[in-house]
Ligand binder design. Structure first.
Ligand SMILES: [Zn+2]
Length: 142
């Protein structure tokens, strides 16, 4: 079973990029140049009803110059994903989708956001396949 999460992830990814850009230029004293935003991109139900959740991770950081100099660091963003199965006793409760290359934060957000699509697709695919075969029971503890 698959429940589409609204709104369109590419739209929300572009919004996150714009939001982080505003954060960086806000002039506040405490600015998080490095942070990760998690977004749920899919929820599936296993054979025995355990929840399998796929999260997109929008990772904001700064590029580094190869000579290690602190100047000319550009804000960058990359995308990764984490799939978690909340089934009790699940043999593979976690699956990581490797991160994309770093993309410049200053680039057009609407053009950067689709770079997350292959990561989203890979995470959803793994989550769905896991849900179709995982016989772990829903975790009822608190
Ligand atoms: Zn599982």
């Amino acid at each position: 079973m698959y429940a589409q999460t609204a709104p369109d992830p590419i739209y929300t990814v572009a919004e996150e990029i714009r939001s982080h850009r505003r954060h960086l230029t806000s002039g506040r004293k405490l600015i998080d140049k490095r942070r990760t935003e998690d977004q749920i991109i899919g929820k599936f139900q296993g054979v025995a009803s355990a929840t399998v959740q796929a999260d997109l991770q929008i990772v904001f950081s700064e590029s580094r110059k190869k000579d290690g100099s602190p100047f000319d660091q550009n804000p960058v963003v990359k995308f990764a994903a984490l799939v978690r199965c909340f089934g009790h006793g699940c043999p593979t409760p976690e699956h990581k989708v490797p991160a994309t290359t770093e993309l410049l934060l200053d680039a057009d957000a609407d053009e950067t956001a689709p770079a997350a699509l292959p990561v989203i697709a890979a995470a959803r695919k793994w989550a769905q396949q896991h849900a179709e075969t995982c016989r772990a029971l829903p975790y009822t503890g608190r």
